[in-house]
Design a protein around this ligand. Structure first.
Ligand code: SF4
Length: 736
């Protein structure tokens, strides 16, 4: 953390963070798809990055079938040639010696990691045979699917065609689900990805628990830096003095779990002082009178005693919104499953966004512009008579049926209710590191009859699989094109193979089609190869596949603000009332608070600290710790503890410690970092470390896993997400 940096330094730094990875320069594929470097004929192939989900445009430079490097694609409309450190480390994933190289069948006991190599023919025959058996014996619902990422869409089609409704990914229940539900309840649609926050045009940026700069997505961090360089003010609400907090005009080191109280007090001030966007609310919103009556009691003085933020600061920051409206970019956050009341907190954020008149306005939240891509005509998917097992749409009434509830599927596997789940198919998802309560997940895996994992690296879950299918990495395969409407200029971008798949790995589309052939589901895959697939998708867009292949992405005119909208964009606020619903009739009907209310988090037990967690600019989740280049930049995480707190616990310098949570779960040894930059009552660590698969030779047992310490969750009753900031740790000396 650079506490003494000026704003200007920060702007430079964040730009640097975006381009981190020395030697990166933009490669001009559009003008020069081939060329010569050091006497070698180099082909430049436009594709996009999958070191995280942002899909920045890249150019892979290849000579003699070998990837030389990955550079940014200047023709990409969103990311414009920028790559972060992880994006620059794509070659190290491709050439990671620990990669899964051949299909494997388990020979040892679950978790032991003993496998026998088999051919693809044998592997796929076995897979199809087992899926057929489960369907005949228990029904297709007995197979649950755990996908992750765009690459999983082919497999998603296969599983739907097979007949299981049970599919769930952490992107919803462990990440942005509450936000999508809350904004859809309020404005009629969620935010999507990338988040359409107009940071570069904003006059006031508000981050609540988001640490942009440490959490790096190239175009977002660039827009953030640009907004600040153009004079935007910055409010950061965070118990930790993050990189962003260091540059804030107001840093609000809030008592964790009390954000909704702060938001309600901000709303109170905007309403009481009449500094909200009155014409906008009168024209577009319903439920203002109910809201005004609801927040009357939630004064800054009321919130001060809860949040530990002075009432004066709450008023000043609310007035800053009043001054900057409508150009107030209140970032909705991304990983927002914190305390189990997360949909209501995000509802308060959506309401505040509406009061500032920021939805659909320059400097606030801009609007998506739909792109009409081509679709295949498929037979209808079979309807399940037994319904879903994860509670989406029933126990959790507003959970996404598309993305499901991972923890709901795990519970159903353990309990056998509403019906038995006998097999899991895991595609690109890390069920042990992405979903809290690892013990439950492991127990569920132990009792399954069959687990198939499609992955690139031998993550720990692979050791529990019966069948392992090694997938080609993103640099070796074609994927569904990215069709992105939540950018100011919507665009289509291609992912295509830069090199042949290494070892005996295969692309996901090929694996899926092979399985469809074996299961008699060919009709759901009416294309023979990626070229045919791409032609169909781009047909209505009037673009040429060869142009897309060379440039990597093609953009279309955007209509990001309310005044740009045309009838083809559909209703401005597709809620039931056609208005912004400050008061939610739908929540009322479902028996939930129609206006958000503050609920207090559990008190921190004596002797413990609240465990909070976040991101590093050089790692993505638990996916990149085995990457040689990224390991050299950050090999392990540290646990941040306030210097005073640490001293009271007997720690006066950096040393290895062990964390023990309130239920006795312990971490691997991890370095303690003594800092003034965190509240006295919190401990913070970067997520994704402490890998327990010995087959990951670089990442194994480096740092500590925060997931291992999340033995308790609070479940959001509206959408089923797991609040994970409800665990507490005490810090023990190593070997104590
Ligand atoms: S932000 Fe970095 S890791 Fe993510 S897609 Fe872009 S370059 Fe890749």
């Amino acid at each position: 953390m650079s506490e003494k940096l000026t704003r200007r330094d920060f702007v430079k730094l964040t730009s640097l963070a975006a381009a981190l990875g020395a030697g990166t320069k933009q490669a001009d594929a559009a003008q020069n798809p081939t060329g010569w470097i050091d006497g070698q004929r180099v082909e430049r192939i436009a594709t996009n990055c999958e070191m995280c989900f942002w899909r920045c445009g890249t150019i892979a430079e290849v000579a003699n079938g070998k990837l030389l490097r990955v550079a940014g694609n200047p023709d990409h409309p969103l990311t414009k040639g920028r790559l972060c450190a992880r994006g620059n480390a794509g070659a190290e994933l491709l050439y990671d010696p620990d990669r899964l190289k051949y299909p494997q069948v388990r020979t040892g006991v679950r978790g032991e990691g003993k496998f026998q190599e088999v051919s693809w023919e044998q592997a796929l025959d076995l897979f199809a045979q087992r899926l057929t058996e489960f369907k005949e014996k228990y029904g297709p619902e007995s197979v649950a699917f755990f996908p992750h990422g765009v690459a999983s869409s082919f497999f998603g089609t296969l599983m739907k065609a097979y007949g299981t409704p049970n599919s769930a990914e952490p992107a919803f229940a462990q990440c942005r689900g509450p936000r999508e539900v809350a904004y859809a309840l309020t404005f009629g649609e969620g935010l999507g990805s990338p988040e359409p926050v107009d940071l570069e045009e904003s006059k006031l940026i508000i981050l609540i628990g988001s640490h942009i700069g440490e959490n790096v997505f190239t175009s977002q961090v660039t827009a953030f830096a640009e907004g600040l360089s153009k004079g935007a003010k910055l409010i950061v609400v965070d118990p930790r003095f993050s990189t962003a907090a260091a540059k804030a005009d107001y840093w609000l080191p809030i008592r964790p779990g009390t954000d909704t109280a702060l938001l309600l007090a901000w709303i109170n001030v905007l309403v009481a002082e009449g500094i909200y966007d009155k014409p906008y609310i009168e024209k577009y919103a319903s439920g203002f009178a109910e809201l005004a009556a609801h927040v009357r009691e939630f004064t800054p003085e009321w919130a001060e005693s809860i949040t530990e933020i002075p009432a004066r600061t709450i008023r000043d920051t609310a007035r800053a919104m009043g001054d900057a409206k409508p150009a107030v970019a209140l970032h909705p956050g991304r990983h927002v499953t914190w305390y189990g009341n997360d949909t209501q907190r995000e509802r308060a954020m959506a309401i505040l966004t509406a009061l500032n008149g920021s939805w659909g306005r320059k400097g606030g939240i801009f609007l998506p512009t739909p792109i009409k891509a081509g679709k295949f005509t498929l037979p209808p998917f079979p309807e399940s008579k037994r319904g879903r097992a994860d509670g989406a749409g029933t126990r959790f009434p507003l959970a996404s049926e598309e993305q499901g509830v991972t923890n709901g599927l795990i519970e159903a596997t353990l309990s056998g209710k509403p019906y038995p789940i006998k097999a899991w198919v895991i595609y690109g998802q890390n069920v042990l590191e992405s979903i809290p309560q690892q013990e439950k997940t492991l127990k569920a895996m132990e009792q399954l009859e069959f687990i198939a994992v499609v992955d690139i690296l031998p993550m720990n879950q692979v050791n529990y699989a019966d069948l392992v299918l090694p997938e080609a990495s993103y640099l070796e395969r074609f994927d569904t094109p990215a069709i992105v409407s939540s950018a100011k200029q919507p665009y289509i971008a291609i992912r295509q193979a830069a090199v042949e798949p290494m070892y005996d790995t295969k692309p996901g589309w090929w694996i899926t089609k092979q399985m469809a052939n074996r299961l008699g589901l060919q009709a759901y895959f009416p294309w023979d190869n990626p070229d045919q697939y791409l032609e169909t998708v781009i047909k209505p867009l009037g673009i040429d596949a060869s142009v897309l292949r060379v440039r990597g992405a093609v953009a279309f005119p955007g209509r990001p603000y309310i005044e740009d909208r045309t009838p083809e964009d559909g209703p401005l606020f597709p809620t039931e009332s056609g208005k912004i619903e400050l008061y939610s009739p739908m929540l009322k009907e479902l028996g939930f608070d129609p206006l958000p209310r503050y609920t207090a988090p559990a008190e921190i037990p004596a002797g413990y600290l609240r465990l909070i967690y976040g991101r590093s600019p050089v790692h993505s989740f638990a996916r990149t710790q085995n990457n040689a280049r990224l390991d050299s930049l950050m090999a392990e995480n540290e646990v941040w503890v306030n210097t005073r707190t640490a001293k009271n616990m007997g720690f006066t310098e950096a040393q290895r410690v062990v964390l023990e949570n309130q239920q006795g779960a312990t971490s691997l040894p991890v370095l303690i970092r003594l800092t003034e930059g965190i509240r006295l009552d919190c401990a913070y660590m970067v997520h994704g470390f402490g890998h327990s698969s010995p087959r990951l030779h670089l990442a194994y047992h480096k740092g500590a896993s925060d997931t291992q310490l999340m033995t308790h969750v609070e479940v959001d009753p509206i959408m089923g997400g797991t609040g994970m900031r409800v665990n507490f740790v005490r810090v023990l000396k190593e070997n104590a």
